[in-house]
Each structure stands twice: as C-alpha cells, then as structure tokens.
Design a protein around this ligand. Structure first.
Ligand code: GLU
Length: 215
C-alpha cells in the first residue's frame, strides 16, 4: 500500500512533503512523486526508485503540494506510471491510493470522448473524469468523479486555478492534520497520521465517502 501526503501552509511544501514521505517508508514503494503548486503552475517531479535522490527542488517555490510513494497495482513500475497524474493541460494533478475496479470501462468511455492518456494506470483516469465535470467548482467536480469509481480508493487533488487541496476517500484511509499557528494555520492530509503527527496539534479521521477541502 502506498503513501499519500499533502500540505498547505507557510513552509516550503517540498521539504515538508519529503519529511512526511520518509515517515511512510515502512510501507515500502517502487516509485515516487511530488506535485508542487505555485501561482503559475503545478510542477510535477516523479521517478522510479528512491525519492531521496531529489536533493533539492531549487526551481520550485511552493507552500501547497501533494506527494506519493507508489506500490504499482495497475500498470508496471515506470516513471510515466508514477504519481502524481495530470490532465493533458497539467491543470488537474492527483495522487491516489487504491484500485479503481471499473477503470477499463471508465477509460474506454473517456477514450471515446477524445481524452488522451500518458500512463497505464487506473489513477490517471480519475484526473480525466474530474475534467469531465469542469463546469462545476473543483471540489464538486472531484466529488462527482469520485462517485463513478468502484473499489477502495483515496484521492488528493489539486487544480491550478483552485486555492487548496481536495481529499476524498472510500475504504482506504485519509487523515487530516491541523496545526493552529498564531499567524497562518497549516494543513496536512495523508494516508497515515504518522506522516505529520509530530507537526500538528489536531487530527481528523475522514469517514468513508467524506470529502474535505483544505484552504
Ligand atoms: N492503483 C494505483 C497505481 O497502480 C495506486 C497504487 C497505490 O496505491 O500505490 O498506480
């Protein structure tokens, strides 16, 4: 089972996420990735192997991001299949834990509508499903897409034009951590509270079919 961690606050997101991922090392992983949001875009950095190989994220200044350590279940171990996954325009960026049991059927439908895919994963179809609901506000689009998925899944999503993180889960854990500061609060979301528990003073366990917006 892989690890997810997301962060929004006043610190350098890449470093917070890397520290959080280290706490999830006990789960093991075959590939890894980061999605780091700044004013202009969401930078995706991912690869197979050990995420410690990223020594610095020098070009990326970000206080909001997501990261992932993957155990491949759908699609081989490769850079393309590592998370985060994105839409073609790179505006929607997600990490995912679980298996979308009906992904073949959903993918066939999306292909028939002209969507193009870069990976073999079930995860990538979730970005495209969210895009299908782009007439709605981002959290509502995520909610509608998530309702199409069968299986046990947890998703954390970013959109270039939306301030904050959206998380949703069913049958796979997703936990929120909050650090109340005198100036700006910090928010964490992860598949295991170990990823952030030392940094926070409040923990919220999401129920199945509960969606959270952190902003
Ligand atoms: N099914 C997804 C994949 O194969 C998620 C795997 C995981 O939970 O690490 O990429």
């Amino acid at each position: 089972m892989c690890g997810i961690i997301g962060y929004l606050g006043n610190k350098e997101a890449a470093l917070v996420l890397q520290k959080g991922l280290r706490k999830l090392n006990y789960r093991g992983y075959d590939s890894w990735g980061f999605g780091l949001k700044n004013k202009h875009k969401i930078e995706v950095i991912k690869d197979v192997g050990d995420f410690e190989q990223v020594e610095e994220f020098s070009d990326v200044e970000s206080n909001c991001g997501i990261s992932h350590s993957r155990w491949a279940t759908t699609g081989k171990v490769s850079k393309e299949n590592a998370h985060p996954h994105t839409t073609e325009d790179n505006k929607i960026v997600i990490v995912h834990n679980g298996i979308v049991e009906n992904f073949q059927e959903l993918k066939a439908n999306l292909l028939s509508k002209g969507h193009k895919f870069k990976s073999e994963t079930d995860t990538e179809i979730i970005c495209h499903l969210i895009e299908e609901f782009s007439e709605y506000e981002f959290p509502e689009a995520v909610r509608r897409a998530f309702l199409k998925l069968k299986g046990r899944n947890a998703v954390v999503a970013l959109h270039q034009d939306f301030e904050g993180l959206v998380g949703v889960k069913n049958g796979s854990p997703l936990i929120v951590g909050i650090k109340n500061n005198s100036d700006k609060d910090e928010y964490f979301i992860a598949s295991d509270s170990r990823a952030f528990v030392e940094e926070t003073n409040k923990v919220v366990f999401l129920d199945d079919n509960e969606l959270v917006v952190l902003n």
